[in-house]
Write a protein that binds this ligand. Sequence first.
Ligand SMILES: C[S@@+](CC[C@H](N)C(=O)[O-])C[C@H]1O[C@@H](n2cnc3c(N)ncnc32)[C@H](O)[C@@H]1O
Length: 258
Amino acid sequence: MATKKNLQADRTSVAHKVRYALSNPTRIAPYVKRAARDTWLRHKHPDHVGYYRAVMASDTGRNPEAAVGSQTHDRWLALGKMQFDYLVGHGLTPGHRMLDIGCGNLRAGWRFIEHLDAGHYYGIDISPDILIAAKETLTRQGLQPKLPHLTITQDLTLDFLPDHHFDVVHAHSVFSHSPIEIIDECLAHVERVLTPGGWFDFTFDRTEGAEHQVLREDFYYRTQTLVDLAARHGLTARFMDDWELLGHGQSKIRVSAC
Ligand SMILES: C[S@@+](CC[C@H](N)C(=O)[O-])C[C@H]1O[C@@H](n2cnc3c(N)ncnc32)[C@H](O)[C@@H]1O
């Protein structure tokens, strides 16, 4: 099921909200409930990571697959496969070492773990609740012999990881939930952990209009903003046109050191 991108919408405008509510009346009540919950969580956790961790705890408690963005198990499988097929199509081999930032409950991660040599997958996430769900996925898939690393993190300085270790760094649907400071932090540090010739793929919610955010859960950026940010850290960023063909709601950028 392809998702059509709405690249001009400003989801914060009253006109957009009214139009959306009129065409999706059944979504009004859940949205109001979510907005109320998020207001309370933002009050309790003024910092973004603390806030988003609380969002994930609440969502994961209800349904871990929905918490990472898949409303049905079939969609969870399909979205994981899409990420996996894309990277394998771009040359991910079993011998590569991979860092999966915001690995969630291993929607794609279990496929990467299966594909890669033992110990070559390293997943990090800010949410202890989703990492517990990740271990359940790992167990269900019988992937214990692959001995993946699954680690909680508070920030994206990547300071606990070794120099030039990962051939591929990956962040799917993570920067779509991140304010620019977090993306900046990640781009400032990612080169140190990448092997020469390695690359960092991330998805983002793209807008061609005004950059905006909704409930501090979903952040919309212009491509050039992220390309320029990467350049400020000496990185080359490339918009991945072939990802657009897959019909995913987000866009993808590949960053490399050269
Ligand atoms: C929409 S889910 C996607 C999970 C996984 N990448 C996938 O595609 O199935 C976003 C994940 O990113 C994590 N996350 C959000 N902000 C993060 C950050 N700053 N650092 C690490 N993980 C983060 C969330 O806890 C959540 O598990």
